[in-house]
Design a protein around this ligand. Structure first.
Ligand SMILES: CC/C=C\C/C=C/C(=O)SCCNC(=O)CCNC(=O)[C@H](O)C(C)(C)COP(=O)(O)OP(=O)(O)OC[C@H]1O[C@@H](n2cnc3c(N)ncnc32)[C@H](O)[C@@H]1OP(=O)(O)O
Length: 725
């Protein structure tokens, strides 16, 4: 767990816990033993600490925080032990030094890093703070502003920046270990007092109080309901106000608050869930372990509307040579201009970084209206209008033009992948790649396999997600797939709540207070109400194809709200028209204000349909919206559309603005308790028997019946026979 080796004068302690040398209890014990051994050996004059396999350490073992015998607790005293050593200790940082790993390095008297190493204190991202005295040492070393930035954001910094900040003493391009041993030999006999960070004062700022007050406002604004950033701030503030030992005591208190907050558990669950979904599997037995991806040397994007432009930007950023195709020159030129604006913006953001964007070179980014240019591409992403006939026509063409092995991806948010694939001769190469808008920003890529999609196609799409720095989640084919399918009942409840007496701003407020970045009505206005309207027309739910005599508020015997259709009929499409559920300063405006017209309209609507307006409290708003979404999640799991609750949670956190510190909808359900979710759904379903979305799913009922097992055991209750629940 940590190897100890003695050279002529320098003892080497190597942290060994693959793959990232996490500081488990065993590693910490071995580190402590090594330090004591070096101290006791008079022939050892200095110590060097490094990590196995070119990685210093990714910090405390995160799994240890939820086990009764926590691994993190012992770390602070060990960091102190390193610092108090009478023999110089040098950290040789390769790969990563994160969290507790960096705190170990901060206890060392010298730090030397490889050029390509990254450092950071990302504890905040898993709901914690650097609880091994890092909040007290780092400000002493690099000053309060830089330390605060690193600790409250958790961002990783490259070695070059670490050197500028004074976080490391030296960076090297070649052998870090040899350089560290050389440094250790050089500093033997030099006084250690000035190298002990706990003895240094925190560098003063002329306006520390004012600086901290301003910083706190920023931290709170960015925290969005998450506790950790503010408590990280408080720990650093303690470093500016108290002596080291008292600051450490404060840090420990704050750490305990976070550890027991529930948010830390949710964020740590989200960390592992994101990694778990990489290990995809389908009900037919295909999986990540046996399927190998095809190389993507050249790609194509069809359609340069909003989605296509974002997708082109992602591919260029991933350095994949690309052909961008539009149906005619007018649309091509419009699309090209918009893409260039996006790419210029991205290039500016990357300025000064190691990577540059090569998008003026036609060999890397080519614009065309000629399908023949797609003959040699390895992968095509179709991103045209959401229309089945159009998509089938394109896939038919692609099937004829593209080379036999090319992967054919459709960017659809709901359409049937099998039907699209039926237009080709190679259905095994057709796959859904559902990007989220703006496609160059949002992290989620929902990857949808059809009946014939090959394991190679899935593996290639997952590989693409990785290359685009996105989180790929593999799901089955059904209307709306996972994300939108769960979203439908949520939006439906939000609209029903308006019918019954609520207002858009009241519903949005409740969900934004819960932690969503944006409530359902603001979100619909942003996305455009016409998108759903078009889809409902295609489904025959509204518009000319609706059979005469259909009751206004019923479809197929179920409750239906025509409210969104009525708004669209008035030309209220949301932000783009300056009016939707809210009013905006102008068409394309972004500032939503409640619209008196809408209140009046709702009141007339209720009169017309004989609906008695009632007061709806926050609890009902929250529960009806969230529990109906979660209920659909259980149905999706039972049908085998997703292989575990983690998939649903990762989708919601990365694609739908679900607050990460609540761990995703299914994790949230597990924290509320499934019996409570079930009881509430039963209550609302009795009150609204014509709303299937409120009728508890059979899988949820089963999980409650078997005693509300922990989330990680849920799927084991779906036996082959019961998967038709
Ligand atoms: C009383 C106070 C005590 C202590 C205070 C200290 C607290 C801490 O140190 S908390 C931990 C802080 N560190 C982190 O948050 C780093 C988390 N890890 C990462 O960011 C990344 O894993 C990485 C940058 C280190 C590597 O990225 P990548 O190369 O993409 O690999 P993976 O992310 O897939 O990771 C590989 C593998 O390792 C597991 N893992 C990573 N870090 C940890 C960790 N700190 N503890 C436990 N396990 C870790 C990760 O889950 C992957 O495994 P699986 O694929 O099996 O999930």
């Amino acid at each position: 767990m940590a190897q100890y080796a003695r050279g002529s004068t320098v003892a080497v302690i190597r942290l060994c816990n693959p793959p990232v040398n996490a500081l488990s209890r065993a590693v910490l014990q071995a580190l402590e033993d090594g330090l004591k051994k070096a101290d006791a050996d008079p022939s050892v004059k200095a110590v060097m600490i490094c990590g196995e396999n070119g990685k210093f350490s990714a910090g405390a073992d995160i799994r240890g925080f939820s086990s009764p015998e926590r691994s993190g607790g012992a770390l602070g005293p060990i960091v102190s032990l390193i610092e108090s050593s009478e023999k110089p200790v040098v950290a040789a940082i390769e790969g990563v030094a994160l969290g507790g790993g960096l705190e170990v390095a901060l206890g060392c008297h010298y730090r030397i890093a490889h050029m390509k190493a990254r450092m950071g204190l990302p504890e905040v991202t898993i709901g914690l703070l650097p609880g091994a005295e890092g909040t007290q040492r780092l400000p002493r070393l690099i000053g309060v502003p830089a330390a605060l930035e690193m600790i409250t954001t958790g961002k990783h910094i490259p070695a070059t920046e670490a050197l500028k900040l004074g976080l490391v003493d030296e960076i090297v391009e070649e052998n870090t270990i040899e350089a560290a041993i050389r440094l250790a030999n050089k500093v033997i006999g030099q006084p250690l007092g000035p190298r002990r960070l706990s003895l240094k004062p925190v560098p003063k700022l002329p306006n520390m109080e004012a600086f901290l007050d301003k910083a706190l406002v920023k931290v709170k604004k960015q925290a969005w309901g998450c506790l950790a950033p503010e408590l990280c701030f408080q720990a650093v503030r303690a470093a500016t106000e108290r002596p080291f030992a008292e600051g450490v005591r404060r840090e420990r208190e704050l750490f305990q608050v976070l550890l027991s907050s529930g948010q830390a558990q949710a964020l740590q669950y989200a960390f592992f869930a994101e990694r778990a979904v990489r290990r995809w599997a389908t009900p037919s037995g295909a999986s990540w372990s046996s399927a190998a991806p095809q190389p993507v040397r050249k790609a194509a994007v069809i359609g340069l509307g909003t989605m296509g432009r974002g997708i082109v930007t992602c591919l260029v950023k991933a350095n994949i040579p690309l052909v961008a195709l539009e149906q005619d020159l007018e649309n091509l030129n419009k699309g090209r201009k918009a893409v260039m604006v996006l790419l210029e913006r991205e290039a500016m953001k990357m300025e000064g970084g190691a990577q540059t964007l090569d998008f003026h070179n036609p060999a890397r980014l080519q614009f065309t209206v000629d399908f023949d240019q797609l003959r040699d591409v390895d992968l095509v992403i179709e991103a045209v209008f959401e229309n089945m006939a159009l998509k089938k026509e394109i896939f038919h063409k692609l099937s004829k033009i593209c080379k036999p092995g090319a992967l054919l991806c459709t960017n659809t948010s709901a359409l049937n992948i099998d039907e699209i694939a039926s237009a080709t001769n190679h259905p095994q190469q057709v796959i859904g790649t559902h990007f989220f808008s703006p496609a160059h920003v949002m992290r989620l890529l929902e990857i949808i396999y059809g009946r014939h999609t090959s394991p190679t196609a899935i593996a290639t799409a997952m590989q693409l997600a990785k290359a685009l720095k996105k989180v790929g989640v593999v799901v089955g084919n059904c209307f709306g797939f996972v994300g939108n399918r769960m979203m439908f009942p949520y939006i439906q409840q939000a609209v029903f709540l308006l019918e019954e007496g609520s207002r858009p701003e009241a519903v949005d407020q409740v969900l934004e207070d819960f932690g969503f970045k944006i409530g359902p009505f603001r979100m619909s206005d942003l996305a455009g109400l016409d998108v759903g309207w078009r889809s409902r027309k295609d489904q025959g739910l509204t518009g000319p194809s609706l059979p005469a005599g259909t009751p206004a508020r019923q479809r197929h015997g179920q409750r239906y709200s025509p409210l969104p259709d009525l708004l669209c009929e008035q030309g209220r499409f949301g932000q783009k028209t300056g009016r939707g559920w809210y009013q905006y300063e102008k068409a394309g405006g972004r500032t939503a204000t409640p619209d008196p017209w809408l209140l009046n309209f709702l009141s007339q609507y209720r009169d017309t349909h004989g609906i008695k307006t009632r007061f709806i409290d926050q609890e009902e708003i929250l529960e009806r919206c969230l529990f109906s979404l979660i209920n659909e999640g259980f149905a999706i799991l039972a049908e085998g559309i997703a292989s575990g609750p983690e998939h649903l949670d990762v989708i919601y956190i990365n694609g739908y603005g679900w607050p990460k510190h609540r761990g995703g909808p299914m994790f949230y359900a597990s924290t509320v308790g499934l019996p409570r979710v079930l009881a509430k759904l039963q209550k609302y379903s009795e009150a609204h028997p014509d709303v299937p979305g409120l009728r508890p799913s059979a899988f949820l009922k089963k999980l409650v019946a078997v005693g509300n097992p922990p989330l990680k055991e849920w799927m084991s209750y779906l036996s082959q026979q019961s998967s038709k629940l």
